[in-house]
Design a protein around this ligand. Structure first.
Ligand code: SF4
Length: 237
């Protein structure tokens, strides 16, 4: 992301934060996650150590970033390949290398513990099931605690109700508004041509989208164009 785009996002998120505090979220449904306990731990020796410590129903695999590999724990070496992590609790996907290349590989996991120096997911609100920890003993204890009870079926409210017919994102190939995309701290909203798409598994109801969406207006200065891109706004009518 360019520095200008990053500054624009930070400004959008700051503005949204001010407005969010006045919003009240009404769930519009439920989102379900299914975790079978497959844990991917990204790192080197501390990752091996943590993986060996986990017990059934958790099953750990290490994505090995470097150093001497120790036997006894299932590991996949990064081996200099590009790493792309996406997904959420119960459905993480790790792509290693370039698609089509001889060493391209895809790993899947329900939960991800990232012990790398830099987080693989940098969202202000990371997806459920992903944690970035340090490698000190207390960090590894915290990682173990985070995984406790993370097997089974989980539900959370669905917070949005997007209406593409009033969205000003783009028309006839002309780019328009992208305020919700810039403001979302969970990076849950993407552009899909003339409209935007909200990933319900990543959306955690922060409300930044509703607070910056022009058709929605704001709680204190509602505009005439109502029914909104976000259910939060509807609760304010
Ligand atoms: S902020 Fe509102 S109008 Fe703008 S792209 Fe998002 S949903 Fe559409």
């Amino acid at each position: 992301m360019s520095e200008t785009a990053q500054q624009r996002n930070e400004q959008a998120r700051r503005s949204a934060q001010v407005a969010i505090e006045r919003l009240h979220a009404e769930p519009t449904g439920l989102v379900r996650y299914e975790s079978h306990g497959r844990v991917l731990i990204i790192g080197d020796q501390p990752a091996q150590w943590l993986a060996a410590r986990l017990r059934t129903p958790l099953h750990a695999e290490v994505l090995w970033l470097g150093g001497e590999e120790e036997p006894g724990v299932p590991s996949t070496p990064l081996a200099g390949r590009r790493l792309q992590l996406s997904g959420h609790l119960g459905a993480f996907r790790v792509e290693l290398g370039e698609p089509g290349s001889h060493n391209h590989q895809v790993l899947q996991a329900d939960l991800v513990i990232d012990l790398g120096a830099a987080a693989q997911i940098e969202s202000d609100i990371p997806p459920p099931g992903y944690w970035h920890f340090g490698v000190e003993p207390q960090d590894l204890d915290a990682a173990t605690m985070a995984l406790d009870g993370m097997v089974g079926t989980f539900e959370k409210p669905r917070y949005f109700d997007y209406d593409a017919s009033i969205c000003a994102h783009a028309r006839s190939g002309q780019p328009g508004c992208s305020q919700c995309i810039d403001a979302c701290p969970a990076d849950a909203i993407i552009s899909i041509g003339e409209s935007v798409e909200v990933n319900p598994n990543l959306c955690q109801g922060g409300g930044a989208c509703a607070s910056v969406c022009p058709p929605c207006g704001t709680p204190t200065r509602p505009r005439r164009i109502w029914p909104s891109a976000c259910a939060r706004c509807c609760t304010l009518i």
